[in-house]
Design a protein around this ligand. Structure first.
Ligand code: 0A1
Ligand code: ZN
Length: 874
């Protein structure tokens, strides 16, 4: 057990800062073994503070304090404690000059200033700036920064920081300097600098008001050919934000840097976005369609933060969803506009329902605006990001697009240059629309996924159909009772001939029902027969909905619901019912109905091919587990596999035909038509190889040999790996590695194909991968691709009944925690849901959590995850 227990921070304890910092002047001297950071802070007492504090208390961690001067005179009565520097009795206004010595080369946490592949880079969100220099490291202290970087010219020809370059020149001893100035006040978490020997790719964007913005992407020379897609995505995002939100870029330069070692996906530092290489670099030969898609949305996400996050930022870290929920909503809208809105929505909801619902149902459940945290890095969660985005989406649904735009305009105008709260965001939406969102605000404060129970009656005589909806929300840690939520339910009614029925006097065939109380009844009159309800269209609220559709009704909705999302969802519901009925012994044979529905999909000309691919995919094991109490993973996976085999065998000819008809030839382009065709053809390949016969083997081998892009090559490799063809599997894995061992991002994929494989990815296999020369403990991507993919996606092997998978994860977490706590805490996530599983799995998972909890030296990050997961009874 840790010597002292880390303390929680509470939203209720928020106080304005006692001091403000208006200006920061940094001079950063970079050397091989250390860096000297000279900072001059322009500080004044905060007029809004009533505490009358005399002492200045700055945050700082693992800093060597070299000198400290106040208004030019050395300070002698200061105190340095764990995490703080206190300067007693300071005046109203003053300059503080601080010099700290830090060691970027030894920084394995990847927070603050560190080295990656020989370059220097920073990550300051959420509390990394305090690892560079002493500061009021909180987002409501906003300052203008001037940053001068000095380094050896030959080793570090490129020196970057936020803002615009204002000065540069030679220094003694082969060194040089570049000075940057950022005119926009910003919190310290948005500070960034980079120094390295990097190639520059240039482009430009002309804004709506006619300003030409210099776009620059910096990468290592070996990645020079992988920049085009990110730059193209950036320009699309810039144009889209002007068109849809009226937001123009505000500096002269926008820079993007790719680094290999990064704890997260990317970071929105003002004017200098830093990306994990895997989230920004792409070429057709090395990146899949899924990667292209992800890059487009992450580049957009970081760019959109320039307004939703940087110009208007968070008052404190409890407000994280203010920037993240809104920005994810914005990037989802963008992705929908760039491709198919329905497919984008399906992919997003699929992830949300599987992973965020699990978070909401587990011991780490927290509101979109949490009430407390021990380590804020643990709160970059799916709840804050994805559920936060759903909350913004519901506001959009309730207000309609025009009013929502007025609300966002008001929000940006009212709060430009400020650090504000989620409440301020909702108020702007209210003020612009005159809608009362008082009750709606509960979405920010109450955790848990609401459940809607729907029943209906039809009075044939009067032709009246009545829908009754009851809402409830399960208890979550610290919240046993929930008040009703304000929930928009988009819906329609469908007649037996497939006609969409009018719902009101204006003959609308779709409406949004608003739930505010525990129970509501809605009546629809003038109907000739009992309709089939289509509920929660487009997933209009992040809730679980229960209505007793029959399998025939689901088949009907799969083909006749005018809402594409609900067509897909009906198919998922049908497949869930069929699989779980097999698993629970309610059915002894696989119901042929889904097979026939898939056959129709495969043979009907003119359907959206990306949609067909989504509809053919059976619900994931993770989603089936989420729907099951005391989940027996092996039994669930076995039933799913049986259904998949049945489908594949019955549809063999249609699958072969679809591949012949739809596989795109010619040169690769990331454009919706080609992406859809590849996704359908590769889904068909996966199913064909599940049969395990000669035809599937030949198709997979031929595609592996002939593929000219990574999407097809990786799909073929996966198909071979997850099939009984052992010789072909070994050969393909060896060949793939031989071809791509020089490219870290492709090697990451090669790792993931193995660690995620239900066929070969057992504990022995992943243990061998950890010993592979390309594996690197200090590189978060490699760790995630081997250990994270095994524990998060390879559920059969991770939950091996002998507990070996759980033990393996426990050992790796323990090892990682010593040098990168953010990563060890991320990797512990799969263990937190232990209560969801069958007793033998549950006990083994909780046992590992207890072992971790009892370690003498575990990090604050991991401490919070394991103690909260175990709960009071732990
Ligand atoms: N704000 C970034 C991602 C990010 C999150 C957490 C971090 O450290 C704890 C760092 C970066 C984004 O939303 O893209
Ligand atoms: Zn973000």
């Amino acid at each position: 057990m840790r010597a002292e227990q880390p303390q929680a921070v509470h939203l209720a304890d928020y106080r304005v800062p006692a001091f403000l910092i208006d200006h920061v002047d940094l001079r950063i001297e970079l050397f091989e073994d250390c860096a000297l950071v000279h900072s001059r802070l322009n500080i004044r007492r905060n007029p809004a503070d009533e505490s009358q504090a005399r002492d200045l208390v700055l945050n700082g961690e693992e800093l060597g304090l070299e000198s400290l001067m106040l208004d030019g005179r050395p300070v002698e009565n200061h105190r340095v404690d764990e995490g703080f520097l206190t300067v007693p009795s300071v005046p109203e206004h003053f300059h503080l000059d601080v010099t700290t010595r830090i060691h970027p080369r030894d920084n394995t946490r990847l927070e603050g200033l560190y080295q990656s592949s020989g370059m220097f880079c920073t990550q300051c969100e959420a509390e990394g700036f305090r690892r560079i220099t002493y500061f009021l490291d909180r987002p409501d202290v906003m300052a203008c920064y001037r940053t001068r970087i000095e380094a050896d010219r030959e080793a570090y020809p490129v020196l970057l920081a936020n803002g615009n370059p204002v000065d540069w020149g030679e220094l003694e001893d082969g060194r040089h300097q570049v000075t940057w100035e950022d005119p926009y006040p910003k919190p310290s978490y948005l500070f960034a600098m980079v120094a390295g020997d990097l190639v520059e790719k240039r482009d430009e964007f002309v804004t709506g008001s006619g300003r030409t913005i210099d776009l620059r992407m910096y990468v290592e020379a070996r990645n020079e050919a992988k920049c085009e897609h990110a730059l193209a995505s950036l320009k699309k995002a810039m144009a889209w934000d002007e068109e849809v939100y009226g937001r123009e870029y505000d500096l002269d330069i926008f820079m993007v840097v790719a680094v290999d070692d990064f704890n997260m996906g990317a970071m929105e530092n003002k004017g200098l976005n830093i990306f994990n290489s895997s989230c920004v670099l792409a070429s057709p030969e090395t990146a899949t369609d899924a990667a292209y898609d992800r890059i487009e949305s992450i580049v957009a996400h970081e760019y959109f933060h320039n307004w939703s996050g940087n110009r208007v930022t968070c008052r404190d870290w409890f407000q994280l969803s203010l920037k993240e929920g809104f920005t994810v909503f914005r990037d989802n809208q963008f992705s929908a506009d760039m491709g198919s809105p329905t497919v984008q929505r399906i992919d997003h909801v699929n992830m949300l329902r599987t992973a965020q619902f699990a978070e909401d149902a587990g011991p780490m459940a927290h509101p979109v605006r949490p009430d407390s945290y021990i380590e804020i890095a643990n709160f970059y969660t799916l709840t804050v990001y994805e559920k936060g985005a759903e909350v913004v989406r519901m506001i959009h649904t309730l207000l309609g697009p025009d009013m929502f735009r007025e609300g966002s305009d008001l929000y940006f105008a009212r709060h430009d240059g400020q650090a504000v709260t989620t409440d301020d965001f909702v108020s702007a939406m209210e003020d612009a629309s005159s809608r009362d969102l008082t009750q709606f605000r509960r979405w920010y404060g109450q955790a848990g996924t609401p459940e809607l129970r729907v029943t209906d009656t039809f009075d044939a005589e009067s032709g009246t159909y009545t829908l009754t909806i009851r809402q409830s929300c399960p208890a979550t840690p610290g919240q046993s009772h929930k008040e009703p939520f304000h929930i928009p339910v988009r819906m329609g009614l469908i007649a037996s001939d497939g006609e969409a029925l009018p719902l009101d006097a204006e003959q609308n065939t779709e409406t949004v029902l608003e739930l505010t109380g525990d129970e509501h009844s809605f009546q629809f009159s003038g109907l000739a027969e009992r309709p089939v309800p289509s509920l929660l269209r487009g997933f209009s609220a992040p809730v679980k909905l229960d209505y007793p559709w029959t399998r025939d009704q689901l088949m009907f909705l799969m083909s006749r619901d005018p809402d594409g999302f609900n067509r897909w969802d009906a198919g998922q519901k049908l497949a869930v019912d069929v699989i779980l009925s097999i698993q629970q012994g309610r059915d002894t044979e696989v119901d042929p109905r889904p097979v026939e529905a898939y056959r129709t999909l495969l043979t009907t000309p003119g359907l959206d091919r990306a949609m067909v691919a989504r509809m053919l995919a059976l619900p994931s094991t993770a989603w089936l587990i989420e729907l099951t109490d005391e989940a027996d993973v092996a039994a669930i996976d076995g039933a799913r596999h049986q259904v998949e085999q049945t489908v594949a065998r019955a549809l063999r000819d249609e699958l072969v035909q679809v591949r012949a008809d739809h596989h795109p030839g010619g040169s690769y382009a990331f454009e919706p038509g080609q992406v859809a065709a590849r996704s359908l053809s590769n889904s068909a390949l996966t199913l064909l190889t599940r049969i395990g016969d000669e035809q599937g083997r030949e198709q997979a081998l031929a595609q592996f040999e002939q593929a000219t892009n990574m999407t097809d090559r990786l799909a073929a490799l996966k198909a071979l790996v997850d099939s009984p063809f052992s010789q072909e599997r070994e050969d393909a894995l060896a060949r793939f590695h031989a071809d791509w061992h020089h490219d870290p991002q492709v090697v990451e994929q090669w790792f993931a194909v193995q660690s995620g494989s239900p066929w070969i990815g057992n504990v022995n296999c992943v243990t061998e991968l950890l010993a592979h020369p390309a594996f690197d403990w200090k590189n978060p991507n490699k760790v995630r691709m081997v250990i994270g993919v095994f524990a998060g996606r390879n559920l059969t092997h991770f939950h091996s009944p002998d507990g070996s998978g759980h033990r393996f994860l426990g050992e790796q977490i323990r090892r990682l925690d010593a040098f990168n706590p953010q990563i060890s805490a991320q990797l512990a996530q799969p263990l937190t849901r232990w209560r969801q599983y069958a007793p033998h799995l549950r006990d083994s998972m909780a046992g590992i959590l207890r072992e971790l909890r009892d370690l003498p030296d575990l990090s604050r990050d991991l401490y919070e995850v394991v103690t909260k997961s175990l709960g009071e009874s732990g």
